[in-house]
Design a protein. Sequence first.
Length: 167
Amino acid sequence: MNVIHTERLVLRQLELDDAEFILELLNEAAFLRFIGDKGVRTAADARAYLRNGPMDSYRLNGFGLYAACLLDGRPVGICGLVKRDGLDDVDVGFAFLSRHCSKGYAVESASAVLTHARQVLRLRRIVAITSPDNRGSIAVLEKIGLKFARTIKLTEDGSELKLFGPA
């Protein structure tokens, strides 16, 4: 189901048919380094990730991570909203296949997701988290109008993350 349209992208709900794309994305070096290893090694793992993550979030929250697709339908990344344990607010998240990075897709999709969150979902406060050394993600967050607020840990033994919030 298509959720958001931008000039160059369509953001739609992820489906089980996206397993091969998710398998590739979640095993890219940048994803593993900055977001973490989700343990997705097979198409079956990817389907389980989709069912228990984004698809479950659509059902429980009415939002989630979406496939960011070019106008021809090819998925190039994910972008959307996540409700995480350990974080009071909903956060915007994104990840793109490395061959589609540095083309402005993250800014375009994250900006559209923020607008959708405020205007359609009526969410009052959207934040974002990122690894302190993820310069690309930090640049995207600043371009969409979020400002660094403080460092946090989602769990007691978790790594430190930078929290960004509304200006």
